[in-house]
Design a protein around this ligand. Structure first.
Ligand code: ZN
Length: 63
């Protein structure tokens, strides 16, 4: 019983750090403004190389 409980707990804990790792490399969303100072778009940045993208998914395979 104890072994099963531990295995389940490990599986749950393992899943969340994986998501956090992705979120650490891609930070955002940030708010982007146009030249008039109006909210224009949201964007994410890759902290590894500084790339910006208006879709978070575009940075998943960035580097
Ligand atoms: Zn990158």
């Amino acid at each position: 019983m104890a072994v099963v409980a531990t295995a389940t707990e490990d599986g749950t804990l393992d899943a969340f750090p994986s998501d956090d790792d992705k979120d650490e490399r891609v930070s955002g969303p940030y708010t982007g403004y146009d030249k008039y100072g109006t909210v224009d778009h949201t964007y994410w940045t890759c902290e590894n190389c500084g790339a910006e993208a208006t879709r978070k998914g575009a940075l998943t395979d960035c580097c």
